[in-house]
Ligand binder design. Structure first.
Ligand SMILES: [Zn+2]
Length: 170
């Protein structure tokens, strides 16, 4: 039997991920969600993904946070990690201890480095796009107008704008 695959999303991943059903379970922590919501960046997409359980919210234990702090101190990354980063790492670490195959999805270098040291997989948000050779456009869900640059709201009608694949090559 194949093990569980879990993608742990940090704030940068929440802002750019396509929350479609995939081969892995998507999880994140409240701290990362708070950064998205209070930052005023794409909160609607994220809250929709949370309410439909496309992304699950989990809370790491204080022991797991202590463990990743220890590791980050050893790698020298601790001063660069926020409380949110540590929560993301702790959640990923716990999932790994629980037997899942874990990938931390983040663009943050210190987070990636500590994750590797903890034996976790890492996946850069930017790299995902490059690896899959995708080109994105941004389409209004209401009127269908297509934009080449990301925006939260359609300039024509104020509708929600979604990122879609323009062309996929393999
Ligand atoms: Zn529109």
């Amino acid at each position: 039997m194949a093990g569980r695959r879990v993608f742990v999303l940090d704030t940068t991943a929440l802002l750019s991920a396509q929350f479609e059903p995939g081969p892995a379970e998507l999880v994140t922590v409240q701290e990362a969600v708070d950064e998205v919501v209070y930052g005023g960046l794409a909160p609607q997409r994220v809250s929709t993904a949370l309410s439909t359980k496309a992304i699950k919210l989990k809370k790491p234990s204080p022991q797991a946070i202590k463990q990743v702090e220890e590791t980050a101190r050893m790698t020298g990354d601790l001063p660069k990690l926020s409380k949110t980063d540590l929560a993301v790492l702790a959640l990923a670490y716990e999932e790994r201890v629980g037997g899942a195959e874990v990938v931390v999805v983040t663009d943050d270098y210190s987070l990636q480095n500590t994750a590797l040291r903890l034996g976790l997989g890492v996946w850069g948000v930017g790299r995902e796009t490059v690896r899959e050779m995708r080109e994105w456009v941004y389409r209004c869900l209401v009127c269908g107008k297509v934009y080449t640059r990301p925006m939260n709201r359609c300039r024509e009608c104020g509708g929600e704008v979604e990122r879609v694949v323009k062309r996929a090559s393999r």
